[in-house]
Design a protein around this ligand. Structure first.
Ligand code: CTP
Ligand code: CA
Length: 228
């Protein structure tokens, strides 16, 4: 095998990671989606697997294949993602919500293709989807470490941390991985930069390939568990 041998410091842990972007049907041929490539979640699944964890990847639409050796559950919409995560969370030691769920879905998806009407435009009525992370936080089993992400367009690192701190409090997760996505940074790129926070502040800062950042996230998870 090529590459360094990772410490098996996650052996015995059941890890559930979500990845990719969900899609909300507008009609039988169209959907609302986003630019998530799935790379960050795939990186975390791979890192946890290398470190000895038993890993399930809940995969929405992704540009890449899941790593060999992880169990894969495919989902399409945020509703599907919510159901899969709610089913898997009770037996998970670590849950990482790296997916980019669509925040809105059609209030009333058409069961036939939406046709153009003359030259007029189209107004869609959208409603909010379930906040999966917040729902997992509300029902989480004791001892579980729950990790969320925050995609923010921030003016500075301090602003990123400020937005992340508000989001972490709102969601009720243990750790939040904050990414600045200003100008399309992060999405689809091999490299990323993140500030990892908990309720008392910054616990780590990391930059590099998503695989390197994934290992930093695993380190932060283990540190959080050791600190209990
Ligand atoms: N998330 C979720 N369910 C949703 C939306 C987001 O579980 N319906 C999760 C994401 O997977 C991520 C975290 O919540 O771990 C933050 O996602 P983000 O898009 O940054 O925040 P939102 O809460 O959706 O708020 P907004 O997009 O308005 O900033
Ligand atoms: Ca969102």
């Amino acid at each position: 095998l090529a590459g360094p041998v990772a410490a098996r410091d996650m052996a015995g842990l059941r890890v559930v990671v979500s990845a990719g972007g969900t899609q909300e049907a507008l009609d039988p041929v169209r959907f609302l989606g986003n630019h998530s490539s799935g790379l960050m979640g795939i990186g975390i699944a791979r890192a946890a697997l290398l470190r000895g964890a038993e890993v399930t990847l809940v995969a929405a639409r992704m540009d890449h294949e899941p790593p060999a050796g992880v169990e894969v559950r495919r989902v399409v919409s945020t509703g599907d993602l919510a159901r899969a995560m709610q089913e898997l969370s009770p037996s998970a030691d670590v849950v990482v919500m790296a997916a980019a769920p669509a925040d809105f879905t059609a209030a009333d998806p058409a069961d036939r293709k939406i046709k153009k009407q003359g030259t007029s435009g189209l107004t869609l009525e959208l409603v909010q989807t379930t906040d999966v992370l917040a729902s997992l936080a509300a029902d989480r089993p004791s001892g579980q470490t729950l990790v969320g992400f925050a995609a923010e367009t921030a003016d500075s690192r301090a602003h990123l941390v400020e937005l992340g701190t508000t989001k972490l409090a709102h969601k009720g997760a243990d750790l939040l991985v904050c990414n600045d996505v200003t100008g399309g940074k992060v999405f689809g790129h091999a490299d990323t930069a993140a500030v990892i926070i908990d309720r008392s502040g910054i616990v780590a800062e990391c930059a590099g390939s998503k695989d390197v950042v994934a290992h930093s996230i695993c380190d932060a998870v283990l540190a959080e568990r050791a600190g209990r």
